[in-house]
Design a protein around this ligand. Sequence first.
Ligand code: ZN
Length: 259
Amino acid sequence: METYRARLEPRLVGRQLSRVRIHDSRLTLPFEPADVEAELEGERVASVERRGKYIVVHFESGLALVVHLRMTGGFPEAPATHERATIDLDDGAGVSYRDVRRFGTWQVLAPVELEEYLGARLGPEPLGPKFTVRFLSESLARRRAALKAVLLDQRIVAGMGNIYADEALWHARLHPLRPALELDESEVASLRRGVRRALRRGIERQGADLGDGAYPQGSMQDEFRVYGRTGEPCRRCHVPIEKTRVGSRGTHYCPVCQR
Ligand SMILES: [Zn+2]
């Protein structure tokens, strides 16, 4: 996600959108692609921001384009198949959006709508000051679901993906299937530290994609503590890592360290 933002920023900031073509009407539901194209054309980009799993393109007019990439959306460097939209810029360059499974969305929002929209869908940034033990404790207190499932809820930890949820729980020594509301204060504090530690490690090695398996280099996998290491020894206690499912998501954990 951060990778896409960093790639788009230098190409978009200061540029005017001269022509926008949306080839897939699902992208802009419930709005007509033609209306969204017309809203975007002529807008000049002020900044490109990432908020959780959303990419927000802010325009000088105050409007914003909110892109939710979901499972397979993205902005490839070169023209690609499954292209759902294209943007021509005033410097002659272009940006294309592709999405194989078509779950991604594009929405044009006014400033007031933007904060309302993201506020209802996103919890605090895990590396920011609002992600406190108190916030986490209150969020978990009402949830009977498995810890792993709750961690993937974007209203609790913005931007948390499957890989880093597994890593965070290993760092925190918490079993992924524990009901979230069972955690005591010190366990919540370990969980908060685990989340931050897992994300920092990921960002350090430019595994900046907090998504679902799209890590840039194969070597990165060696750096994981549990993710993708089924049957391999735990790096703390040497017992083989196990794999289970939580909801539909593959979940890796150490049966000894994570009780
Ligand atoms: Zn272990």
